[in-house]
Write a protein that binds this ligand. Structure first.
Ligand code: F6R
Length: 261
């Protein structure tokens, strides 16, 4: 795992945008895995700004989102499809037909999950997968105890995750407790993984991911097994790590190598 520790969330977003730009420069028709939540918003703003300045293009790219609430139509303001359209897609030069989010309104969610896996494979697999991390170490909606080999499927959210996401729903509004999510096995097949974490609330999950044992208790710890996973952290998210000085030393050394990112 490559651990990058930056001073501010803005720097985390900018680093992430550089990584996306590198990927698209190298392969304009990249298959990108995307996430929702608070963490990627600043990164998405930076990507939008670059596209609008004409220095970046998603015209040939395709995307697959990690997850979606089960029971919400794509037009529901809290659906992840709606989130992606509003926060990213409609501001980019991407063809909306080339953006995929699991179908939260599917009649048969199991069939929809299988179709999603198939579509990722048909597209040639994900080149770069963006991840956030839950306070309990979840990635996508793969909560603790998820099989580390799981595929796209229906998952129950933990009460903690439901509570953390309550802020997006109006009081008394239906809030789903089920989701469709790429599995951990699905995520691990991405060629490159970029996990962003900002803020102190993520510090214990980051510690368990980087320095803890590989365990279903912390789904993100599986990234220890990925050949190309980068964790980009602000100081607060890195605050519980034991070996900060070592990670910074390695990063400084890496900077000296050409094409290091
Ligand atoms: C969202 C997702 C989740 C979030 C995680 C962190 O598509 O897959 O795993 O990345 O819950 O959410 P934020 O960024 O809101 O703290």
């Amino acid at each position: 795992m490559k651990i990058v520790i930056l001073d501010t969330p803005e720097q985390v977003a900018s680093y992430g945008a550089d990584r996306f730009a590198d990927q698209l420069r190298h392969k304009p028709g990249s298959i990108l895995g995307l996430a929702t939540g608070s963490t990627p918003i600043a990164l998405y703003e930076e990507l939008i700004s670059r596209v609008q300045r004409g220095v970046l293009s998603f015209a040939l790219a395709s995307t697959f989102n990690l997850d979606e609430y089960l029971g919400l139509e794509s037009t529901h303001p809290q659906s992840y499809r709606y989130f992606m359209n509003e926060h990213l897609f409609r501001h980019l030069d991407i063809d909306l037909a080339n953006t995929a989010v699991p179908d939260g309104a599917a009649r048969d969610p199991m069939v929809a999950c299988e179709a999603y896996e198939h579509a990722i494979q048909q597209a040639g697999g994900i080149d770069l997968q963006l991840l956030g991390i839950g306070r309990n170490g979840h990635i996508g909606f793969n909560e603790p105890s998820s099989s580390l080999a799981s595929r796209t499927r229906v998952k129950t959210l933990t009460p903690d995750t439901v509570k953390a996401n309550q802020r997006f729903f109006d009081e008394g509004e239906f809030q789903p407790h089920l989701s469709l999510t790429m599995g951990i096995g699905t995520i691990m097949e991405a060629r490159h993984i970029l996990l962003l974490a900002t803020g102190e609330s993520k510090a214990m999950a980051v510690r368990a991911t980087v320095e803890g044992p590989l365990a279903a208790r912390c789904p993100a710890s599986i990234l220890q097994m990925h050949p190309s996973a980068t964790l980009v952290l602000d100081r607060a998210a890195a605050s519980q790590l034991d070996d900060v000085a070592f990670y910074q030393y390695i990063e400084q050394e890496n900077q000296r190598l050409p094409g290091s990112r």
